[in-house]
Design a protein around this ligand. Structure first.
Ligand SMILES: *Cc1c(COP(=O)(O)O)cnc(C)c1O
Length: 464
């Protein structure tokens, strides 16, 4: 059969994909193309443009999930059309969200008699915003009752300097003073002994971090709770805790169930987490819960219609797909408690294996060995006799497709550069062994390279 321009339509159907016209020309980049493309051409063109971004599973910089089972992907793809905010149209989906909140409340030990309340969000960022807003409004209501001039100065929030960037955003967006307690050599997380120095009548709350993004370390939330319990005894201006458990919230309950960081502690009033970190769902899901309904000020709750009645909601966003919520529910019932524990245990084994191997290489001091969160980070030994730095090593990793970030620690440790692996469920032991081999080969290449001047003050930012 011969094809002419006239029967172009049929021709397109039969043409080999890389033999057709669409693949022989550039598509407009910043203007809507005039003509349509057939779907398979459009698919291939888009897919091809993403080809050099690397394999997400080799991205060891991210905490976000990079693998879900085919059945999870199937149910999520099939539910992309559902809008999570339309509770009346999708009452089953609303019920699924409700079940997830209940399961999480149970994992976080909401007391039997508690009237907890919670919601899904886009991620921890939205969840932290909501948690922070509740702190602000609740503080304002208490302060007004006590007769404080609430306009005299800005309210403040207390957190360690190892905060994730969302808290800075929260403080800027809602006009709050951020008071940061520096971390130091002795305290790789919040310095509990110093906390009360930062508190006053204008403090809306203290944020404890379960899983510091930079290093994977935990704030000692139990000690923080105890400190605030003492402090609150001597003041009318009570201060409570929000726990930012973005990465620990769906990890610790399975791996260290005896660790008290959650609603078992008296002054922990709200907790947020990312479903898309160790909750094992693709990006786009987070959760925030309050131990008691009363801890969430009513002004922040809006009603949407639900089955002829009304349902309370709290969100910064309005419309979004419900597929992530459904993906979370799938993952909860698919894995169960034991499945989560097994997956996290494997990830933890891999992290500790990596830490051991890296320590044995002799060039590095391990800063976090993955024994809690499966985050491995390390810095160069001060006396390491080498002519390369961690940024060079990052480049070596990249040659093998691995993304391994190097970045400075926050105040007061910003003179220290570290390199970090975030181990996730889809990093198997075999992959980890290959990673170690690639790292050793990279170091060997660097050692053989003619030495050159290494600038020690070379730093690049990194914020997740
Ligand atoms: C990742 C992270 C966040 C932000 O979470 P997203 O789910 O990416 O919005 C907030 N706090 C901490 C401690 C984090 O690690």
């Amino acid at each position: 059969m011969l094809f002419s321009k006239k029967n172009r339509k049929e021709a397109q159907y039969l043409e080999p994909i890389y033999g057709n016209e669409a693949m022989d020309q550039a598509i407009p980049m910043y203007k809507l193309p005039k003509e349509s493309l057939v779907p398979r051409d459009a698919y291939e063109l888009v897919k091809d443009q993403l080809i050099d971004e690397g394999v997400s599973r080799q991205n060891l910089a991210t905490f976000c999930q990079t693998y879900m089972e085919p059945e999870a992907v199937k149910i999520m793809s099939e539910t992309l059309d559902k809008n999570a905010i339309d509770k009346t149209e999708y009452p089953r989906t609303a019920e699924i969200e409700n079940r997830c909140v209940n399961m999480i409340a149970d994992l976080w030990h909401a007391p039997e008699a508690s009237d907890f309340i919670g919601t899904s969000t886009v991620g921890s960022s939205e969840a932290c915003m909501l948690g922070g807003l509740a702190l602000k409004f609740a503080w304002r209501n208490r302060a007004k009752k006590l007769g404080l001039d609430i306009n005299k100065q800005k309210p403040n929030l207390v957190i360690s300097s190892a905060y994730q960037v969302v808290w800075e955003k929260f403080c800027v967006y809602w006009d709050i003073e951020m008071r940061t307690i520096p971390i130091d050599e002795e305290h790789g997380s919040i310095n509990v002994d110093k906390v009360t120095d930062y508190l006053d009548e204008y403090t809306i709350g203290v944020v404890g971090i379960l899983g510091i993004t930079y290093t994977g370390r935990y704030d000692d939330i139990k000690a923080l709770d105890k400190k605030l319990e003492e402090y609150n005894k001597h003041t009318d201006y009570k201060v409570y805790i929000h726990v930012d458990a973005a990465s620990g919230g769906l990890y610790t309950p399975f791996m260290e169930p005896e660790l008290e960081w959650d609603f078992r502690l008296k002054n922990v009033r709200s907790i947020s987490t990312s479903g898309h970190k160790y909750g094992l769902v693709y990006p786009g899901i987070g959760w925030v819960l309050w131990k008691e309904k009363d801890f969430l000020p009513e002004e922040l709750v809006f009603k949407v219609s639900y089955l002829g009645g009304e349902m309370p909601t709290m969100a910064i966003n309005f419309s979004r797909s419900a597929s992530q919520i459904i993906g979370q529910y799938y993952t909860f019932i698919r894995n169960g408690f034991e499945g989560y524990r097994l997956i996290h245990k494997k990830t933890s084994d891999v992290a500790q294996y990596l830490a051991k191997e890296i320590e044995n290489m002799g060039y590095f001091d391990i800063y976090n060995d993955g024994s809690r969160l499966p985050i491995v980070c390390y810095k160069l030994k001060e006396d390491a006799d080498i002519s390369w730095n961690l940024y060079d090593l990052t480049d070596e990793f990249a040659m093998k497709g691995w993304q391994v970030p190097t970045y400075p620690l926050p105040d007061n440790l910003s003179h220290i550069n570290i390199q970090r692996f975030v181990c996730r469920a889809d990093l198997s032991m075999q992959m980890a062994m290959d990673l170690v081999q690639d790292m050793k080969e990279g170091i060997e290449r660097l050692n053989k390279r003619p030495s050159r001047h290494v600038s020690s003050d070379q730093t690049y930012g990194f914020s997740h």
